[in-house]
Design a protein around this ligand. Sequence first.
Ligand code: 6R9
Length: 659
Amino acid sequence: MSSTIDSILVEDRVFPPSRAAVEGAAVPGMASYKALCDEAERDPEGFWGRLASEHLRWRKPFTRILDESRAPFYTWFEDGELNVSENCLDVHLENGNADKTAIIFEADDGTVESISYRRLHARVCRIANGMKSLGYGKGDRAIIYLPMSIEAIATMQACARLGVTHSVVFGGFSSRSLHQRIVDVGATLVFTADAQLRGGRPIALKPAVDEALAGEGGEIVRKVIVYKRSGADVAWDDGRDVWLHELEAAQSDICEPVAVESEHPLFILYTSGSTGKPKGVQHSSAGYLLWASLTSQWVFDARPGDVFWCTADVGWVTGHTYIAYGTLAAGMTQVVFEGVPTYPDAGRFWEMIQRHKVSVFYTAPTAIRSLIKAAQASPDTHPRRYDLSSLRLLGSVGEPINPEAWIWYYNNVGNGRCPIVDTWWQTETGGHILAPLPGATPLKPGSCTFALPGISAGIVNEAGEDIPNGRGGYLVIKRPWPAMIRNVWGDSKRFKDSYFPPELKGYYMAGDNAQRDSDGYYWIMGRTDDVLSISGHRLGGTEIESALVAHELVAEAAVVGRPDATTGEAIVAFVILKGRTPEGPQAEALARELRDWVASEVGPIAKPRDIRFGNNLPKTRSGKILRRLLRVVAEGQEVTQDVSTLENPDVLKQFSGVY
Ligand code: 6R9
């Protein structure tokens, strides 16, 4: 990370918003931004109360705004009732937007299917009615294990319509990870597909569900609803499995939305923590939706003719807030893409922007970096070869964007005209937290700029005291906000311990290191825990270590990240075997086997890039693995740090071979 941080901190270019970006913007100019911030500062509850009444449709209006009596278990708009799906769909049927395109779906093979708000509403109603006919309703929990599709979004919305809490599991996760989540969340219903299509190949999904449900505790799932995507042969359990198209065919297009309390859990999304087991981040209905919708309007500056494209998968929080909920609530037209950025070639994103006249494009630095490399290698895929004149705004999310990539994105994709909104946020924050407003904020490449109105961010030391600009510390959010995480599903203690350490004065601790420069701009410097960021996806080092140790030949393992020009970080595993330490071809074969093993235990994205074998790990006298030293070794550098706490300082020499 160190080289990225250095280059970030010398960055001093500033890009003020153009007149075109300011005119007609949701928040035009810094004075408007400051006015909102001041309003929130003067009267936080009044500010949120006003926005919640103006932006959401309530079935039962709230009378209370924030309840802090059980902090950090905050509640918002607690006595109000609404329905999230009604706010995302029905409202548009009544405001003249019924025939506006909601989703332009582009399949892996290039087939395009568009659906209007009216037709999406009808599909959601049919799926919801189908769920009802199988006996599901408010208070039930469903796992969604689907590829990127209209069906995935419709299914999430159908759950919301009935008050069924969903937990989406990314299609790249293994049956073991799926099993863990099904059991932890207590799901009685699973949505899946026969297969997903990516990069011209079908990848089976249903077998992973079958395997997960055969595991201990899997029998609580009563029904599996299967979307026929590829037509591949699947094993079928007549009593349990139902085809989505058959279920829908029998249903009416009208399904009355079920009013739920503001705090009713809309979804639970698992994310890696610093210990082995993923955390089920629990979100509310009203507070979450309010912020999802508002940030779509403010940060993406939603305008009537926009075509918005967020390239994330619905398996991640970005796909929840800025595909399935916020952008629909804001009434936007959006592109949903099934495939991968490099198929049939690395020009796919640019070709799609050209084809669908995308005006707002939101992607991750890892994608940008890999497309920069591809454009250098094969000039035909360079964005300048395409007509990208429809673009008005660009966005970045998931990890710090290095200034070099920012400038390339700005010049080559945005043609020097489009502001870039670098949005810092987390699964736990529900929506954007630190981000520019495109019609107001002067941009600095590599900085996510300032906190959004209503968000009281800060940088503090170990004692929770403010740190002056120019010095690094813990990124915190000092006051509660409506879209914040409500709990770790089934583990309130972990919720408190992970996010509200007592020494930080009750502030929400993000787990990131950051600093502000002399102009008050935020610069994110990376995680404070051993969570790795691979292509912008959070993976727990401990999770991968546990998987490695579960292999019969492995005695011990330590996993760290090393900087990688494309994926941000690459996984490096230090492995101690039960038997003799292998070398040469034998070590290569075993490294391959361990990679496949991790892929099947956790998922292909968790595969270690490098494996290094040794006889023992560097540990303190109290037995703590010194990962900071392993990080230096992983980067291929000489260890010059203090090794006095090491039990055996020579231990680092043994890891020279990389497999
Ligand atoms: C939305 C999302 C959260 C972690 C977060 C931070 C990193 C996200 C970033 C960023 C620098 C940005 N992160 N956006 N770092 N600049 N614009 O990614 O959620 O998967 O929970 O990850 O990602 O480290 O703590 P999630």
